[in-house]
Each structure stands twice: as C-alpha cells, then as structure tokens.
Write a protein that binds this ligand. Structure first.
Ligand SMILES: C[S@@+](CC[C@H](N)C(=O)[O-])C[C@H]1O[C@@H](n2cnc3c(N)ncnc32)[C@H](O)[C@@H]1O
Length: 271
C-alpha cells in the first residue's frame, strides 16, 4: 500500500487527476447511486486518498462531480454498446485507473488501456493482462501513439478526461496520427466548453494540483476543424441525463449559450 502511495505521490499533476474520476465512481457506487462500479470501490480501498482532500469538498461541488462522472460513464458505455461488437478493438487513451474494461472485455475482440508509463505501472497492481486485455505505456504526444499495439478489426478510440489538458495543435496532431494509422473506425471523445479554461477546476485545486484545461470545443459538430475525415454521429452533454441531480445547474444549462460553453460533452464520431 505505501509503495502505491509513493508511486502516486510522484506522478505529475495531470497524471494525478486520474484519482478524481476513480474516487467519484467509487463514491457514487458506494452510495447505491447512478452507477455500480465495484472495481473502482476495490481500487480506492487500496489507495490512501486522505492526502487529496476529497472529504473537504463542498456538497455542491461533490454532487456536481459525482453526477458529472457518473453521467459521462453512462454516456460512454451507451455509445460503446452501440458501436462495439466481437470484432472490435478498443483503444482507451489516458485510461488512468478507469474500470470500463471489466464491463466490455468479453464483448469485444481486444481492449487496450493506454497511458503514461508511471500510470501503467500503478495500473498493473490492479489489472492483469490477458489475450483480450492489454495495457500500454505510450504518450498521446509520441511520434506513433499506436506503437506496438495491434491494429485490427472494427476500431473504437476512447478519450475520456484527456484531451482538455493539451493544446489544440497537440490534439490535432494526435488525431491525425491516429486516423492515419487506423484508417477508419469510431471515436468517443469527451470535450469541454471554453469557459472551463478560465480557472483551475476546483476539484483539481482541491486535490492540491494545478493542471489547467487548455483545450475546449464548444460545438462538437466542428470536428472537421480537427480533422476533415471526422464526422459527428451523435453528441450528448452530462446535463442531458439524471436531471433531478443537477438542481440549479440543470436549470441554467437549459440555455444553449451557457451549456455549450460550460458542459462536458460526450460525442461519437466516425472517421
Ligand atoms: C482525468 S484522468 C482520466 C483518467 C481516465 N480516463 C478516467 O476517466 O478515469 C487523465 C489521464 O490522462 C493521462 N495522461 C496525461 N498525459 C498523457 C499523455 N501525454 N498521454 C496519455 N495519457 C496521458 C493521465 O495520466 C491520466 O490518467
């Protein structure tokens, strides 16, 4: 346990943000809420999160975070259910300690979880590779972000809680290399509205980190600005479901002007 604690402590600021969705999924599951993710609960029980101030969060911020993470989990699962089959190879970039592979690894041909080497090292304490489940230490900024990964079948790329930490040119560069290499497939991307870049997210600040959001996309149909080979199939925001949990925020987000600038969107693209 203390070895994992030390490894987590030595992660950089963006890498440490993986604790936020993990903690939120575990917390929501433990209260019998919108999702039921026992693996996140098991992992969080192995990690000393007392250092990260999760329990000092205001009720408003905690409800916002838990609802946002549960809804993005549900939305990505729904899109994946729509496009994945027994021929599908999934590439989950910036996987952190994401647990989705447990729900989908038997439904697809292969699941690849990809992140920085220090993160994969921690992840290996909680997940084991099999024929259909692989972990890879690769940065999305690498010359070839698919190096050493099998490219086969109906490809589905997931980027959840990842692209907002990079610049637009880095995002474009990554997508270009990905599309050049895989040729065709589906992508499920999480993107944030431009107002989220103004300040360090209070939850990130709360865990003592200062990584900022540096890239945003207000209109998810603007994907051709990213790569002309991309086509938007469907897009939803975290405010579109479990509306009773959103309170005042839900009412404010009925304004399309505010919604597109503030919300996290989950979008299914084809290329
Ligand atoms: C907010 S976490 C999201 C984790 C996971 N997708 C989830 O939703 O639970 C951001 C993740 O991006 C990863 N990351 C940061 N820089 C990266 C890079 N250059 N290449 C790949 N992943 C990176 C971090 O290590 C971290 O796991």
């Amino acid at each position: 346990m203390s070895e994992i604690k030390n490894k987590i402590q030595s992660l950089n600021s963006i890498e440490k943000t993986m604790l936020i969705p993990l903690w939120a999924r575990a917390e929501e599951s433990m209260s019998g809420g919108l999702i039921n993710d026992q693996l996140s609960v098991d992992i969080i029980n192995e990690i000393d999160t007392s250092l990260y101030g999760f329990n000092q969060m205001s009720r408003f911020i905690k409800n916002y975070l838990l609802t946002a993470i549960a809804n993005r989990t549900i939305l990505i699962d729904e899109y994946l259910d729509k496009v994945a089959d027994k021929d599908t190879v999934v590439y989950n970039f910036g996987c952190g300690l994401d647990t989705r592979f447990i729900r989908f690894r038997d439904k697809v041909k292969q699941w690849n979880d990809i992140d920085m080497p220090e993160v994969i090292d921690i992840r290996q304490s909680f997940a084991e590779e099999t024929e259909s489940y692989k972990m890879h230490s690769i940065s999305i900024l690498a010359e070839n972000p698919m190096i050493g990964i099998e490219i086969d079948g109906n490809c589905v790329v997931i980027c959840e809680g990842l692209l907002m930490y990079f610049s637009e040119s880095e995002v474009k560069g990554f997508l270009k290399k990905l599309i050049d290499t895989t040729q065709s497939g589906n992508m499920i991307l999480e993107t944030l509205g431009s107002w989220t870049k103004v300040k360090v997210n209070p939850v990130i600040k709360g865990i003592g980190e200062n990584s900022r959001y540096t890239w945003s996309l207000n209109n998810t149909q603007d994907c051709r600005k990213l790569d002309t080979r991309m086509e938007m199939i469907d897009s939803k925001t975290i405010f579109d479901l479990n509306k009773s949990r959103w309170g005042v925020m839900g009412m404010l987000m009925r304004s399309p002007y505010l919604n597109k600038r503030v919300s996290s969107k989950i979008t299914l693209y084809r290329y």
